[in-house]
Design a protein around this ligand. Structure first.
Ligand SMILES: Nc1nc2c(ncn2[C@@H]2O[C@H](COP(=O)(O)OP(=O)(O)OP(=O)(O)O)[C@@H](O)[C@H]2O)c(=O)[nH]1
Length: 393
């Protein structure tokens, strides 16, 4: 009996093993299941160039890990304007002389070529005259120069290119004027600042010139304050503000339509309190009526003179507007005592002769010239540099 029981037990075990083996052989492989996601790596600290994670140091006690410092709280962005240090005014015209290229090819080279011809007959002299007139030199000065040239050429006889150039240079310098006082009156009077009044037709570059002049004076080491007395155009005050902000010059302004004279007065008063060297007052140049303009500019000047003196009245004139611009400028010259001319956009015209005619017509020297749109493209006018630039090297 026990034998039978043993055999049955062995058979049961064998059967169980056989079933288990079959199960293992035919179990489902699970190949349709998605692969398990790889375990996620913990974020690693950045490594330095040698592969050592930053914030991890190998000290004597083994590797120590320091947590990165918490990032600083984000501050609201406040724009702090950077104050620029502009270059001084000296030597600017030399730097910008290439900007006179158009006048050089039309006026300078044109005259040199004509005067170098072997035979100078009446036709050639007429051409010389035309060249000067179309370059805006003006009829009177042109005639005077041609007469003078004719005499000198006769005396000279045959001419070398150097002699022709020398002759022309001499004549042009006489026309432009080497002995005119072109000094800008910007020296303060002890406690009182110098006052510059900027006048002229709108659109000539008046506000731009006021801003550029402020920069240039700051570059020369002066403390400057600006008065935005062009109260007809709010944008003019905004423009001045931007110019002033860049070089650390304060701007006195009022609401659009305010009395320009009161802005000028406040600007001068603040300039005295702040002990600035120069106050520059930008005025509106509406050409409504001559009497209106006279009243407005007259009042501005009178009001300033309650506290200070107007040292310089700078008339801004756009060189590209030629004789037409000159006629408009004349109205200003009749209304205020202009002491100097700022001739803008001289880089944009072939008619460099305007320098000659504007001085003749208005009886005032060109003191500043605009030779580009850049902030430092306003230069003290230098007759020799000008003539050499238009004649070329
Ligand atoms: N090429 C050149 N552009 C100039 C010069 N001076 C001013 N400008 C440019 O002329 C443009 C217009 O000037 P304006 O329309 O006269 O403007 P503004 O300076 O506000 O003049 P106002 O209206 O008189 O206040 C600006 O883009 C100036 O940069 C210069 O000398 N050369």
């Amino acid at each position: 009996m026990t034998d039978y029981l043993g055999i049955i037990a062995i058979a049961v075990v064998v059967a169980l093993l056989a079933v288990g083996g079959l199960f293992l052989l035919f179990r489902p492989k699970g190949k349709d299941l998605p692969p398990p996601a790889p375990p996620k790596e913990a974020p690693q600290p950045p490594k330095d160039t040698e592969g050592v994670p930053r914030g991890v140091s190998e000290g004597e006690g083994g590797v120590t890990t320091t947590l990165p410092p918490p990032s600083a709280p984000v501050e609201p962005a406040v724009r702090i304007p950077e104050v620029e240090v502009p270059p001084p005014s000296a030597g600017r015209m030399v730097r910008l002389r290439a900007r006179l290229a158009r006048s050089q090819s039309t006026l300078g080279r044109g005259l040199l070529e004509l005067l170098s011809r072997d035979r100078l007959d009446d036709d050639v002299w007429d051409e010389i005259e035309d060249t000067l007139i179309t370059s805006d030199v003006g009829v009177g000065p042109t005639r005077a120069m041609v007469d003078e040239l004719r005499t000198k050429v006769k005396v000279l006889g045959s001419r070398t290119p150097e002699e022709v150039r020398g002759l022309l240079r001499e004549q042009l310098l006489t026309l432009v004027g080497t002995d005119l006082d072109r000094t800008l009156r910007v020296r303060s009077h002890g406690e009182r600042p110098a006052v510059v009044l900027v006048v002229g037709v709108n659109g000539t570059g008046k506000t731009t010139t006021t801003g550029k002049l402020a920069r240039s004076l700051v570059g020369d080491g002066k403390k400057v304050l600006l008065g935005a007395a062009d109260t007809f155009r709010a944008a003019a005050a905004d423009q001045l503000h931007t110019w002033g902000e860049r070089v650390g010059a304060e701007v006195v302004r009022k609401d659009e339509g305010a009395d320009p004279a009161s802005v000028a007065f406040d600007a001068v008063a603040k300039g005295m309190d702040d002990k600035v060297d120069v106050v520059i007052v930008d005025t509106a140049g509406r050409l409504h009526t001559k009497t209106g303009l006279m009243d407005e500019l007259g009042k501005v000047k009178r009001v300033i003179e309650k506290r200070a003196t107007v040292d310089e009245v700078l008339l801004v004139l756009d060189a590209t507007t030629g004789q037409n611009g000159l006629r408009q400028a004349q109205v200003f010259a009749e209304v205020v005592d202009v002491t100097g001319i700022a001739l803008t956009k001289l880089d944009g015209t072939a008619k460099g002769g305007i320098v000659v005619s504007v001085q003749r017509e208005l009886g005032v020297p060109v003191k500043l010239v605009g030779l580009g749109e850049g902030p430092d493209d306003l230069a003290p006018f230098d007759a020799e540099v000008f003539v050499d630039a238009i004649l070329g090297d």
